[in-house]
Design a binder for this molecule. Structure first.
Ligand code: CP
Ligand code: NVA
Length: 320
């Protein structure tokens, strides 16, 4: 499907046929609608029985995955549809078939394509060529299905999104980029703390800040982790070395040492603050065991929320 246009509010039926490539492609009302739908799935209140009966969804993974693959595969099956999992290496893509031709062919055979890839542009090209909805299951640039689960987790734990103070500490990567859009679309005040060399991409900050103009959201980028975490309602971190960024890993790890989320850093957040991580965690690097396993950690609830988020995305774009 073609990308880019911002559709009107009211998620029920309004996202049918749309791609889910970036939260930036949606209006604030649509993002809230998706969070509400995910919440309904979490509460088991989205009651249409087997809405995907007779439909199939292909899941293409060009990078490893535990949470995203399982949540989308279980989501399709539990909505009554048929998931087809393909590892990139076993596809003709690996022998040179173009991403566009892959999208055209899979559109003849399935009802939606979920894809985890390296270059974000590849997923955009797939979406441009495909006539069925394409869902971004992580690229080097963005991880929007994770961000939807993160919004669900924040909403559940804090009872609201607008005005929440969220600190992201670490590498300004794909997860951070999608959090920038999530914050912008929902009125969250996001403070990102990164070393100068690993800050989020300017193009993302410009677009997210533009989205935030109508929501009251804010995105501040700092270098001081302590300043970012001070008084925060939630503290979030992610891997220091993302998949596909292994070159220069040692320099990245060295630069990020002051950004470890440990008990001392968490103590600067609000007393009710929660700790978030998209996982997998690298215990002893970006986060310590005491924080991962501590009373403030919401990381396993957050991982569990990938399933209702996946159901919400699939049912919205498939119009069921
Ligand atoms: N958080 C996340 O996307 O995890 P996986 O890489 O295991 O899918
Ligand atoms: N930033 C990480 C997220 C993994 C779920 C990566 O891209 O490897």
């Amino acid at each position: 499907m073609a990308v880019g246009q911002k559709a009107p509010a009211n998620v029920a039926g309004m996202l049918t046929g749309r791609d889910f490539l970036s939260l930036h492609d949606f209006s604030p009302a649509e993002v809230h609608g998706l969070v509400g739908l995910a919440l309904a799935y979490k509460r088991d209140a989205a009651t249409v029985p087997a809405p995907l009966a007779g439909r199939s969804v292909v899941l293409i993974f060009l990078k490893p995955s535990t949470r995203t693959r399982v949540s989308f595969e279980v989501a399709v099956a539990s909505l009554g549809g048929h998931p087809v999992y393909m590892q990139g290496g076993e596809m003709q893509l690996a022998r040179g078939e173009t991403i566009g031709d892959t999208g055209r062919v899979l559109s003849q055979l399935t009802d939606a394509i979920v894809v985890r890839a390296f270059a974000h542009r590849d997923v955009e090209e797939l979406a441009e060529a495909a006539s069925v909805p394409v869902v971004n299951a992580l690229t080097d640039l963005l991880h929007p299905s994770q961000a939807l689960a993160d919004l669900l987790t924040l909403h559940e734990r804090m009872g609201r999104l607008a005005g929440l103070r969220l600190a992201y500490v670490g590498d300004g990567n794909n997860v951070c980029h999608s959090l920038c859009f999530a914050a912008a679309q929902t009125g969250i005040h996001l403070r990102v703390a990164c070393p100068r060399a690993y800050q989020p991409a300017d193009q993302v900050l410009v677009a997210a800040r533009a989205d935030a103009r109508t929501t009251g959201g804010r995105i501040d980028v700092l270098e001081d982790a302590r300043e970012a975490v001070e008084g925060a309602d939630a503290v979030y971190t992610d891997a220091w070395v993302s998949m596909g960024f292994e070159a220069g890993a040692d320099a990245r790890r060295r630069a990020l040492v002051p950004y470890q989320v440990n008990a001392a850093l968490m103590s600067l957040a609000a007393p009710h603050a929660i700790f978030l991580h998209d996982l997998p965690a690298h215990r002893g690097e970006e986060v310590t065991d005491e924080v991962m396993d501590g009373a403030q950690s919401a990381v396993f609830t957050q991982a569990g929320n990938r399933l209702p988020a996946a159901k919400a995305i699939l049912s919205a774009v498939l119009g069921v």
